[in-house]
Design a protein around this ligand. Structure first.
Ligand SMILES: Nc1ncnc2c1ncn2[C@@H]1O[C@H](COP(=O)(O)OP(=O)(O)OP(=O)(O)O)[C@@H](O)[C@H]1O
Length: 624
């Protein structure tokens, strides 16, 4: 067994009182003198039973003491070397024995016994010895007569006993140090674990199978909104109430992944996702459960970032200096500073989503999610569950663990309900309820989930007309239309067409890596006179097309797509005035003809959606 501790001092690791007691008892029983030395051969105990020959003569003069010390050292070293008790004649003529106290192969002390004789002394030898020491030989012999004469066999037995005890003491010290070291290792490991768990943003909590908290990191503390800082050792049910989900999982030692848990803390619902793993003992039985926790808000923020539920555009991205745009611009900051619902109106491709994103990004919710929902694109039967979410088992094919809806995902942010005019009548009432109560209930669920969401809706339809025709609820219309921002069509924005074109040329030049610096005058003339039924989106497509085909440094009329370049001849007739509807009809008709009546291709070329094209065909009475 190896220890990290170096230079261990006997006095630091031995119970001195016990050692003294043992030494005294041993001395009394055997009649010998006993002394314990440290690793430098300094006495650490008080010897008893020293008789005159040693105390008064041998150890009282410098020569005698020197001889004693040399003998003690020799005995201790011999016994260490041989691994046996050393029985030897000391330099002063007595019979002594020694047993080492070892630690990790190193002698840290020794217990010595002796001051006896194995046979009657030869007096002449001791008289000479007394002369060397400079003491009175007569008195020295008198003291010598008091030394016990014990058969060598018994001396060896006493030495063996001492050796046995010193070995036991060595073992005890070793065990004690090992224990201290293990405890220290444990403390270090715990400190490391505590430091590691407090540095993670994920919540971590360990609970034993009695339901008591054995560890909790600051993140878990914060996620669960706990006010009591000293909860380690307390039952979880005391902290979170008797029916909390964590206690149930801990009781059963369950293995869970990303389970959604709602905690009730002082009347407030705390949403988190949690995974759990049982803590197993060596024998495979469960000692408790470790939970990881994530705050739902943060999970959603991450999900929103990953799925792009963030708003990219700000006011700086909106190009336009026309009167209509300036009016709309002003309303962006009004809307950004208010929590009222906003209704954006304007033809398809005018920039309604761009405006919605700018409002979000300039509002106090810019750090929150921006969730866009195209109400026209959602299958009718899925709108409810997409918007409000569903619980596990709500319908065939419902995901395990359920799914949050767009309103939940937009919590603390903005939901953009695009094409709100296409929301089915039967669902409008549910939407109205959410707008009024700011709470959702998932499909197949009962729990009411509060949502803190800012609502921006948009439509390219005449919603008032839809209300009159009974296709849109009047109460919902007024609820949504608190702040109305109308974005004018591109054909009414005058010089904005040129500004946008220049802006788009710069963007595509960079994207396509083309060295194009502008457009020729005729190019601008044509695009200024075009009606742009697909608005900015169509202009975008047109410039992108031109940038791709252009070979010169400036875009020219020959780079324009045919549908725009080849304006009907009547437009060129000087002085002839034609209504915009007529121009739109001619444009739609000619494009449709070009694509042999293919709706998808025509809509794409015009830069509008298929549904918008169908609407236009109906309005303009054009047959596909
Ligand atoms: N004023 C503008 N400045 C710069 N880019 C614009 C502007 N208006 C619109 N755009 C761009 O035109 C494209 C269409 O805009 P957007 O999707 O916001 O229109 P929309 O009105 O929401 O369309 P739809 O009704 O079809 O959903 C986007 O790429 C947008 O960035």
């Amino acid at each position: 067994m190896d220890f990290n501790r170096k230079d261990v001092n006997l006095l630091d690791v031995i119970d001195l009182e016990f050692l003294q007691q043992f030494q005294d008892t041993f001395a009394r029983v055997t009649g010998v003198a006993v002394l314990t030395l440290d690793k430098d051969n300094n006495p650490v105990t008080q010897p008893i039973n020293f008789i005159d020959i040693c105390m008064k003569y041998n150890r009282s003069c410098s020569e005698g003491l020197k001889r004693c010390e040399i003998s003690d050292k020799r005995g201790a070293e011999e016994s260490t070397r041989t691994g046996k008790p050393a029985v030897y004649h000391c330099e002063n003529g007595m019979m002594d024995f020694a047993a080492p106290i070892m630690l990790n192969g190193v002698r840290i002390g020794a217990i010595l016994g002796g001051q006896v004789l194995a046979k009657q002394p030869e007096k002449e030898k001791y008289i000479k010895h007394a002369e060397v020491l400079g003491v009175n030989p007569h008195e020295y012999l008198e003291a010598l007569n008091k030394v016990q004469v014990i058969p060598e066999e018994r001396i060896r037995e006493a030495a063996n006993l001492l050796y046995l005890v010193s070995s036991k003491i060595s073992k005890m010290i070793e065990n004690q140090l090992r224990k201290e070291e293990l405890q220290e290792e444990k403390n270090q490991a715990y400190k490391l674990l505590a430091a590691a768990t407090s540095s993670v943003t994920e919540g971590l909590m360990a609970v034993d199978n009695d339901g008591k908290i054995i560890h909790i990191n600051p993140a878990a503390h914060a996620i669960m909104g706990l006010s009591d800082k000293n909860i380690v050792g307390k039952p979880l049910s005391l902290i979170l109430g008797p029916n909390n989900k964590f206690s149930e999982i801990a009781r059963n030692g369950l293995w869970n992944t990303d389970e959604e848990i709602v905690l009730d803390q002082g009347g407030e619902s705390i949403h988190c996702t949690s995974s759990s793993r049982p803590i197993l003992k060596e024998n495979g039985t469960i000692a408790g459960v470790v939970f990881t926790l994530r705050e739902m808000r943060k999970v959603r923020r991450l999900v929103n970032r990953m799925v792009g539920a963030t708003a990219r555009f700000t006011c700086e991205d909106i190009i336009g200096e026309s009167v209509g745009m300036k009016k709309a611009f002003k309303l962006i900051s009004v809307a950004a500073n208010s929590l009222s619902n906003v209704l954006l109106t304007g033809e398809s491709g005018t920039g309604k989503e761009l405006f919605a994103q700018a409002i979000h990004n300039h509002s106090g919710r810019s750090e929150g999610p921006f969730v866009a929902v195209n109400c026209a694109a959602l299958p009718r039967e899925l709108i409810q569950s997409e918007l409000f979410g569903y619980n596990e088992g709500a319908f065939t094919g419902a995901k395990r663990g359920g799914n949050p809806g767009k309103f939940e995902l937009a919590n603390e942010g903005t939901i953009f309900l695009d094409e709100i005019g296409d929301m089915p009548m039967e669902l409008q009432v549910n939407l109205l309820r959410v707008l009024q109560e700011r709470k959702v209930t998932r499909v197949g669920g009962e729990k009411v989930i509060p949502v803190n969401v800012r609502i921006i809706a948009a439509t390219n339809k005449d919603l008032m007309k839809a209300v009159e025709e009974g296709r849109f609820r009047e109460d919902l219309y007024y609820r949504l239309n608190v702040l109305n921002i109308h974005i004018p069509p591109l054909r009414e924005r005058g010089k904005d067409i040129e500004l946008l074109t220049i802006h788009l040329i710069n963007i595509f030049a960079e994207h396509l890596g083309k060295d194009i610096n502008g457009a020729e005058l005729e190019f601008f003339e044509i695009i200024r006179n075009y009606s742009w039924p697909g608005n900015v989106r169509e202009l975008q497509n047109t410039v992108e097309y031109a940038m791709n085909v252009a070979e010169g440094e400036y875009l020219s009329v020959t780079d324009l797509p045919r549908s725009i370049h080849r304006q009907p001849d009547f437009l060129k007739e000087v002085g002839k005035v034609i209504s915009l509807t007529e121009i739109e009809r001619i444009t739609v008709e000619s494009t449709l003809k070009r694509f042999d009546g293919n709706i998808t291709k025509t809509a794409k070329a015009l830069g509008i959606g298929r549904n918008t094209l169908y609407d236009k065909l109906k309005k303009l009475r054009v047959r596909a």
